[in-house]
Every structure is written in C-alpha cells, then in structure tokens.
Design a protein around this ligand. Sequence first.
Ligand code: CDP
Length: 215
Amino acid sequence: MKPPAIAIDGPAASGKSTVAKLVAQELGYTFINTGAMYRAIAWYLAQQGVSPAQREEITEMLPNMPLDFGKDGASSAVLCDGKRLRSELTEPVVNDSVSLIAAIPEVRAFLLHKQREYNESEAVVMEGRDIGTVVFPDTPFKYFVTASEEVRAARRAAQGLTDSISERDKNDRERACAPLARATDARVIDTSDMTIEQVVAEIVDDIKDKTQVQV
Ligand code: CDP
C-alpha cells in the first residue's frame, strides 16, 4: 500500500508552510514544500537572464537545470550545483516571477513527477496550490488553509518580505493549468482568528479520526 499523503493547499501567506511543517513533525512524516520547487526554477531562470515569457527556452532547459529536489532530514530541500538554496528563494525577483513560471504547463508537468516521487516510499505532508486537486487527488487527507487578505498581508509584512501577494494569488487562481483551487473534498480552515497550534490540532485530529475509520 502507498504511504499516506497529506495535502495542504492555500493562498500566499496563509500560514500553510508553518502549519504543514508542524503537522509533519507531529505525525513523523516528511514535509515537502512545493512552492520552494517552483521558486528554485524561477530563481535559476532569473540568474540565467531568461524571462518567464520564454516558454520554449524554459521547456528545453528544464531537464538540464543543475537543480536537485532532495531532502534535508525530514524536510524537502532544493540544491543548485550541490548547494542548498535558502534566502535565494525569497528574493524579490523570485517573488515577482514565480507565479508566471508556475503557470507554464511544462514546468508543472516536470515538477509533478518529482512531487509524486517523494511519496513513493514515505509518508508526506505536502503543501502548495494544487496538491489536493492534481498531485494527490485520491488522498482522503486534504486541507485548504486560508485567511483574510488583510491578515495574510500583515503576516507577510511581519516576515519583512517585499511580496505583492494579491497579484501572485490572482495569477495562481486564474491560470489555466492546475490553478490554486480548493478540492471539493478538502476541509477548509480559515486561520484569520486562529493560533498556529489550533490549526495544527484541527488537522492532526481530523487525520487521526479518518485513519481510525479506515483501519
Ligand atoms: O510562501 P507562499 O505561500 O507565498 O508561496 P509558495 O508556497 O512559496 O509558492 C510560491 C508560488 O509558487 C505560488 O505563488 C505559485 O505561483 C507557485 N506554486 C504553485 O503554482 N503550485 C504549487 N503547488 C506551489 C507553489
């Protein structure tokens, strides 16, 4: 039997990364941040001076990029030429281009394969925009984590990052290929007035309830 996959989706700065990481810790599963995978490609292309409009060039470059999508302990990690990417992933140039890069179907197909691979041998908590709809449509564990636009803008500002999240969300919702969307069978959690601990507890309790029912 395939190991479980927990899908956590939601708009920018909804708190899903923090929540997903803690849920993974509590369950002893591997945490996979798919946004970092799109961000790594956006960063690499910016380094090469390739614009998001150059779809053909990008498609040709995909298999030869020096990027590795691996793990560091119990979390996903992206490496470029063997060096782990960290602060590079939230550079302004990446925030500005990532949703355009993520709208390219060939980029999504390339990463979809790598994302599913993580779950072949181990249980994962994967966060992103299309995990419940596209990456793991059959998992019974789907959560759509959201918060009001004001709360999300405040959370991003508190991180000290320059990031026009409303524009990114618009791009993510409106793209044709695997848009940001709630799976019809996802549990929606509006975190505007919740603490992180409350959100984590709601998800972990729901997973435990469902797992008991399945056994
Ligand atoms: O941290 P934040 O929630 O702002 O964003 P992220 O999860 O790091 O994702 C960055 C961008 O990658 C998103 O705005 C999407 O354009 C894209 N993305 C996606 O298209 N599909 C995913 N599964 C994850 C991210």
